[in-house]
Design a protein around this ligand. Structure first.
Ligand code: CP
Length: 284
């Protein structure tokens, strides 16, 4: 049984093969998952992850049990994570879970009879976001994930998308990471081999191939607002790309959306394509 709990569960070969199929299929409607049922179990709010799993599953002919607001489920009566997972694994063929606590997806996998897919566990990981983030870089960087200068800005302490992405990109040759945050929101996971830390984005913008922007996570107690100006974004190299897992608060002005370097809406589209192939593999 294939659980997707961490980027560590995704080999480079698995990812390359998934991305190649995603490029070829582009979310094509089919019946590969006809008769299969997915549970979407979200203890935290979500727009993109829950909806793209829903879209991906139905594009392949499957059905979804959406538990997107756990206050209307028996969780509100005090049901344990383990009992909820045992219950939903009796009714469905895979469970996508987002939870407030780091390690919760792994806990779920200990009792589940069906594959568990981690859709974000506290400030832990968000491996399926990394599948689509890696795919975005693969698509816009000539199918290569090496020799990159990656600048990550925002809440690097709590941002699970950042933690998963750094894990992935650190596997590839000659990648250099710039971590940009105030000291209280510094990247806290094991550091990659080549990195630079600063609280001043202007130091590194000109030396950036990929700018990965994240919001400050108020729900995890972070207090710090920032927004990049058009002048700052325009100082990025012409061939760079700007990514953001979203939701965006005010980190990137809407005016930048029409710039060819802005790839955050491509990321959202790619999320559906990649999650569809992932579900077809996990459920086959
Ligand atoms: N990127 C992401 O996880 O977005 P949602 O919180 O809307 O799912």
């Amino acid at each position: 049984m294939l659980h997707i709990l961490s980027v560590d569960d995704l080999s480079n070969d698995f990812l390359y093969s998934l991305w190649q199929e995603a490029i070829f299929k582009k979310g094509l409607i089919n019946n590969k998952l006809k008769g299969k049922i997915l549970t979407n179990l979200f203890y935290e709010p979500s727009t993109r992850t829950s909806s793209s799993f829903y879209s991906a599953m139905t594009r392949s002919g499957g059905a979804v049990i959406p538990i997107n607001d756990v206050q209307f489920s028996s969780i509100a009566k005090g049901e344990s994570l383990e009992d909820t997972i045992m219950t939903m694994s009796a009714m469905s063929d895979a469970i996508v879970i987002r939870h407030t606590e780091n390690g919760s997806a792994r806990r779920a996998s200990m009792v589940s009879k069906v594959p568990i897919i981690n859709a974000g566990d506290g400030n832990g990981e968000h491996p399926t976001q990394t599948i689509l983030d890696g795919f975005t870089i693969y698509c816009f960087n000539n199918k290569k994930l090496s020799n990159l200068r990656i600048t990550l800005i925002g809440d690097l302490k709590n941002g699970r998308t950042v933690k998963s992405l750094v894990k992935l990109l650190n596997r590839f040759d000659n990648n250099h990471f710039n971590f940009v945050s105030p000291s209280q929101l510094k990247f806290s996971n094991p550091l990659p081999s080549k990195y630079y830390e600063t609280d001043n984005i202007d130091e590194v913008l000109k030396d950036t191939d990929i700018l990965y922007v994240t919001r400050v996570q108020k729900e995890r107690g972070s207090r710090h607002n920032y927004s990049l100006s058009m002048d700052q974004l325009n100082s990025l190299p012409k061939k760079s790309i700007v990514m953001h897992p979203f939701p965006r608060i005010n980190e990137i002005p809407q005016e930048f959306d029409k710039d060819s370097r802005a790839k955050y809406f491509d990321q959202i589209q790619f999320g559906v394509w990649c999650r569809q192939i992932l579900l077809e593999r996990v459920l086959s």
